[in-house]
Design a protein around this ligand. Sequence first.
Ligand SMILES: N[C@@H](CCC(=O)N[C@@H](CS)C(=O)NCC(=O)O)C(=O)O
Length: 208
Amino acid sequence: MIELYTANTPNGQKASIMLEEIGLPYQLFTINIAKGEQHAEAFLAINPNGKIPAIVDRDSNQRVFESGAILVYLAEKVGKLLPVQVKDRAEVFSWTFWQVGGLGPMIGQWGHFSQSAPEKLPYAINRYLDESIRLLNVLDCHLQDKTFIAGDYSIADIANYPWVSGGLSFIRNAHADRVENLTALERWVKIVGERTAVAKGLEVLKSL
Ligand SMILES: N[C@@H](CCC(=O)N[C@@H](CS)C(=O)NCC(=O)O)C(=O)O
């Protein structure tokens, strides 16, 4: 049994989508990040970095934190959604870590500086917005002649989906003209969003 410690955020959604895709039984534990539960001692024992998502695999009592590491761990545990060949894995890892280290943090920082920061700093807001849009264009360009990001549907698609679908609508609300030509990306969002496991992985978090 996998214990999933999470909240309804894009990083949290990656883990629940993955668990739905691979069909392993799991138990959800809510970490209310607005109330600071990510800093509780019991949770820091699972993720010393104090962020969701994190899992504990009760088959081996292994903890795993960082959404990218969780995707790789679960894919390797069940032998799904991650190719076996080194060359094919490299492409999946490239786009998975591109998301974890780039797209997610850039959109996240744009959200922070444009919505949450007490002081509206145009330099910070524009820097993160421009970089988010540049990254969305990189993925749009890559997807011109592909159905999925790296060969067959994989953890690279799962890592990117919540941030691309959420990020696109978030940016569209404020700057529609800057994301209107990302047609390959929109097509990919539709295909991935129609998967039963993706819909279920999003749904299970809605009550948290
Ligand atoms: N690099 C981490 C980022 C995780 C992350 O930023 N989680 C956010 C929610 S999406 C969080 O826990 N925020 C609470 C906080 O920063 O205190 C990952 O990919 O898992």
